[in-house]
Structures are given as C-alpha cells and as structure tokens.
Design a protein around this ligand. Structure first.
Ligand code: AQP
Length: 332
C-alpha cells in the first residue's frame, strides 16, 4: 500500500482554504493507502505563539481532523512534538540543505517581509523549517503528500534534499510525490481575493473558519469583496472575488465551476452570496457537531496516545538508518 503523509499547523482554527486545499482529501485518501496525519506544532512556533493558545489549538486541530472524517482505525493521527525523531531528522537534513535554497522559498519571503513590516523579529526557524518539514515526510517512507498548491515548492525541496542525502551518503529515503487536491484550487481571502485565505490573517472577515456559526458565515460571505459587474461568471483574472466564491461552492459540492455558474444564471450577487453561504453552512454542520462531541473527550487523548506510539516506532527506525548513513554516534 502507498504511504500517505500530511500535516497541518495548529496556528488557529482551520480555514475553508486549509480544508478545501488539503484536509478535505484526507478521509478520501485513507482508503487508498496507509495514511499518517500530523499536527505540526513545531512548525507553529516559527512564529511566536502564546503557549496556552497553542495547547488549545493543538487539541482543537486533533478533534477537527477526526470530525472531518479521519478514522483512527485506518490512519495514524499524532502530534509532531510527541515524536522526537522529527526534530532529530530536521537537524540532520539542515546539514544537507543550503541557505540559498531556503532563501528562495516564497513562504519565507512572504512571512519574513510581513514580520519586517510590523517590526517583528524574523526568527531563524522561519528560514530553516523546510528541512524540518522534509524530515516530517521522509521519516515515514512517504509515497504521497496531499497538500495545497502553496506547498508545492516545499515538496520539491523535500525531493531535492532526499535525493541529495541518498547520493551523498546511502540510499535511505523514498522520493515522495505531491498530490494536489482534485479541485487543485487555492482559496483566496474574502477581503482581498488576490491573497490566499490564511489562518493567521488578522482581518477576521477575510477567512471562514470551520467553527464559524451560520450567522458569521452568512455575514462574511455577504461582505466578501466582488466587483461591480453584477454577473456571476468565472474569470479569475478580472473577477477574482466572484471566482473565489464559485470555487468554494464547487469544491464543497464536488461539482464543476460551470455547474455552479449555471446554478446562478440570471441571479444577482445577493442571491449568489446567500446560496454559497448556505452550501458552506450545510457542509460544516455535521463536522461541527462531531467536533463538539470530541473536543473534551477522553477518546481524543486515547487516539493521540496510540498515534504517537505508532509514529514513534516508524520514525525511530528511520532515524537509525539516517544516523548510520551519516556516521553519527557509534552505531548499533
Ligand atoms: N488558501 C488556501 N487554499 C488552499 N489550500 C491552502 N492551504 C493553506 N491555505 C490554503 C493548505 O492547507 C494545509 C495546511 O496548511 P498549514 O496550516 O500547514 O500552513 P499554511 O499553508 O501556512 O496555512 P495558513 O492557513 O496560511 O496558515 P498560517 O496563516 O498559520 O501560515 C496545507 O496543505 C496548505 O497547502
């Protein structure tokens, strides 16, 4: 069976962007292979986090994974920091990565520019987290990494790092492939449809979060930035706001953008926005109900304990092979 690995950062309640771009595929993929899903809390601290909030975000994300359909009988679900092999692999892989490669990462350029703009310190880890991410993936002999297209560059770097390690030392890693969501879409900010929708966006109106109430969802979609043409038409270039809402409805209903456009033929933006909001609300209702059952349950802790145990076993075996290849320690 193919090994599938993906992770999400516990940096806030996940957005429709995270969901449509990545997480929605996770339950579908667990029937096609051995899936491992991770809450990458060590990535979250590349930006300063409030410790209490981080803890609560980790638990919330774990409950959310299960609420969207991850079945712990089929998949491994665990927290990155509960598997020390990730930090170990991250260090070793930094030692086969050049600074130039890291400086070329768009996410580094964007996030460091944002931090500089607000006079925040740019942490070294913001530059060096891609090798940590490479380790996350490579530790599990991963074949397929389902992520949003904003992560493409990081997966390409992971492949380069793995190939370099295999060549320089000894064939240790499988070279993973990226799996972009079938929809293949990048969901945009509701307030600035040229930017991606992002968990950490300071403007609450820009994102729909999976725990938003029906009222909040209605309001946010109603105030989404569109254009003055007044015709529901898919045109990413000239109508990014309207196209974004079409993408959202198409992804959630597994239909084509043409189908969505046809549904709103002859309708104005008021009806269109109300329709999209209803689709989002209906889609999220069962997810929120399951989330609420899980969030304070012991079941959730049991699932995470078991997940960490299974992940540690696989990851530690890879660390052993990496250390042997590099000549670290005394060997076994
Ligand atoms: N707008 C998006 N459209 C489609 N896919 C997206 N992803 C993120 N934003 C969009 C995908 O979600 C997965 C989880 O992302 P992450 O939490 O690991 O980090 P991120 O990509 O940095 O997501 P955010 O929401 O922008 O978080 P912050 O604000 O904390 O940086 C990934 O597979 C990603 O592709």
């Amino acid at each position: 069976a193919k090994r599938i690995f993906s992770g999400v950062q516990p940096t806030g309640v996940i957005t429709l962007g995270n969901y449509i771009g990545a997480i929605k595929q996770f339950p579908e993929l667990q029937d096609q292979g051995d899936a491992i899903y991770c809450i990458v809390d060590q990535h979250a601290i590349t930006i300063q986090q409030d410790p209490k909030e981080l803890r609560s975000n980790i638990r919330s994300l774990a409950a959310m994974y299960i609420a969207v359909g991850i079945d712990p009988e089929k998949s491994i679900l665990f927290i990155q920091s509960e598997v020390p092999a990730h930090a170990q692999a991250g260090w070793m892989l930094q030692c086969v990565t050049s600074i130039g490669e890291l400086e070329r990462m768009t996410q580094f350029k964007d996030k460091s520019a944002k931090a500089a703009g607000t006079n925040e310190t740019v942490l070294a880890a913001l530059l060096t987290y891609p090798p940590l991410m490479a380790g996350d993936i490579l530790l599990y002999n991963t074949d397929i990494v389902p992520v949003g297209d904003d992560q493409k560059q990081h997966i390409e770097l992971t492949r380069d790092i793995a190939e370099r390690f295999n060549k320089r030392y000894k064939k240790t890693f499988k070279i993973p492939d990226i799996a972009l969501s079938k929809a293949g879409r990048r969901i945009k900010s509701l307030q600035d449809p040229t930017k991606k929708m992002s968990k950490s966006d300071a403007n609450a109106k820009a994102t729909i979060r999976l725990l938003d109430t029906p009222k909040q969802i209605e309001k946010k979609i109603k105030s989404a930035v569109t254009d003055s043409e007044g015709i529901v038409r898919y045109d990413k270039e000239n109508k990014p706001g309207v196209s974004n809402l079409i993408d959202i409805e198409a992804a959630l209903t597994n239909s084509s953008t043409e189908d969505v456009v046809a549904k709103y033929d002859g309708k104005g933006y008021g009806d269109f926005k109300a329709g999209v909001a209803q689709v989002v609300i209906d889609h999220l209702a069962p997810i929120q109900a399951r989330y609420n059952e899980l969030i304070d349950s012991e079941e959730l802790d049991r699932i995470l304990d078991e997940g960490a145990e299974k992940a540690n076993a696989i990851a530690n075996a890879t660390i052993q092979r990496m250390e042997d290849a590099m000549g670290l320690g005394r060997g076994s």
